[in-house]
Design a protein around this ligand. Structure first.
Ligand code: PLP
Length: 393
């Protein structure tokens, strides 16, 4: 049986997969099993932040696992210590980290911190978490409930109590009460359609929550690790959240989720844990990825790449206003609003046929999350392929 047949026989059908099997990659260039070449404008879904086959990341992992891959969190772990230091320093926030294995798990950690904080002595029990409509926070029972998309709550109940949905940031205030522990937002909604929040509104929300004694959690699972031009989008928005979650891009492809917080004394030993979280393997990768991206940022290369990619995307948008209605996004988290959903699926399929990988977000957004290390040549080639893909639409 080939891979497709094996997966159809042995893997649960939770994904609608395209009929492609990638076998190797070099930075933003991928090869499939038939030897066909593709430019990757997706990084998986914002995960392969330093590209495919990254030498520095791979060497760090190989060197690490030649020595030790895993021991439990009952002991001190050097790569975990270094990964936490690099993450905290890159963010500039006075925080501490907890390591898990996914974005959903990072958000679970954030919700647990907020709820334990909400139970501190002498306070009315605060347990409610306000999230936004069209948000996406994960697939576990709790984080799927935190996700502000009614269609995702069709099965799987009963869900944990205490999740409240605001239509947008300006409608959060009316929903606050004595039981609100936290507001959790994405600064650029990813799955919801590459929808950036307004900076002034976010800053006003930050102030409102400080005044009302409610925590601000920023889900940076997709926006984090320099995706929006700074290590966190919270830095781009110039806010000081109480809790930030990271995952996707921060491990470069190894499974890792991070919850970081300035509330350093809420959790004590035994309150939270993870068997795999923070092990030698994943943290060695995080260290190499953050080092690589720090350097890319400091040298000016990241900002150059962001400017170049966005200039190309703007031209592509302007040349195809019969298909697209708006260019959206921040940094290397970009999208084009497509006039309808059928056209969007058509564009994605034709792009793949023409050798460039792109994503869908929400109902009508063509999404771009290229590796942050993508070269100008790869960007040029990807856009050439995109132009070819849309000529006949
Ligand atoms: C992808 C994503 C998640 C879920 O991450 P997993 O690693 O799939 O659990 C949560 N929040 C946001 C904003 C995401 O983009």
């Amino acid at each position: 049986m080939n891979t497709k047949e094996l997966m159809q026989k042995y893997v649960l059908p939770t994904y609608a997969r395209a009929d492609v099997e990638f076998v190797s990659g070099n930075n933003a260039t991928l090869l499939d099993a038939n030897g066909k070449k593709y430019i990757d404008f997706t990084s998986g879904i914002g995960v392969a932040s330093v590209g495919h086959g990254n030498k520095k990341m791979n060497e760090a992992i190989c060197e690490q696992i030649a020595n030790i891959t895993h021991i439990s969190n009952l002991y001190y772990i050097a790569p975990q210590a270094k990964a936490a230091q690099k993450i905290v320093e890159a963010s500039g926030y006075d925080m501490q980290c907890f390591f898990g294995n996914s974005g959903a798990e990072a958000n679970e950690g954030a919700i647990k911190i907020a709820r334990k904080w909400g139970e501190r002595d002498g306070q009315i029990k605060r347990y409610k978490i306000i999230t936004l409509q069209q948000s996406f926070h994960g697939r576990t029972i709790t984080t799927v409930k935190a996700t502000g998309q009614e269609s995702m709550h069709n099965y799987f109940g009963p869900f944990p109590d205490g999740f409240v949905y605001a239509n947008d940031i300006s409608s959060v205030e009316a929903l606050l009460d004595d039981h609100t522990a936290a507001v959790m937002i994405e600064l650029v909604q990813g799955e919801g359609g590459v929808q950036p929040q307004d900076k002034a509104e976010v800053q006003a929300l930050e102030k409102l929550l400080k005044d009302r004694g409610v925590l601000l959690i920023v889900d940076e699972v997709q926006t984090g690790a320099y995706r929006t031009g700074e290590f966190t989008a919270s830095q781009v928005y110039e806010i000081n959240p109480d809790i930030i979650t990271l995952a996707k891009g921060v491990g470069g492809g190894v499974p890792v989720g991070v919850v970081m917080t300035s509330l350093k004394d809420v959790f004590s030993a035994g309150d939270h844990g993870s068997t795999f979280g923070g092990n030698y393997l994943s943290c060695a990768s995080v260290c190499a990825v953050v080092d690589t991206l720090d350097e890319c940022k400091k040298s000016g290369k990241l900002d150059e790449t962001i400017a170049y990619f966005n200039q190309k995307l703007q031209s592509f948008y302007e040349a195809n206003t019969h298909l697209f209605t708006q260019k959206v996004g921040i940094g290397m988290m970009c999208g084009l609003r497509v006039k309808d959903g059928d056209t969007l699926s058509n564009i994605i399929n034709r792009s793949r046929e023409n050798g460039v990988m792109v994503l869908k977000a929400g109902r009508n957004t063509l999404r771009f999350l290229p590796p942050l290390t993508i070269t100008k040549e790869e960007i040029d080639e990807g856009f050439n392929n995109l132009y070819n893909a849309v000529t006949s639409i």
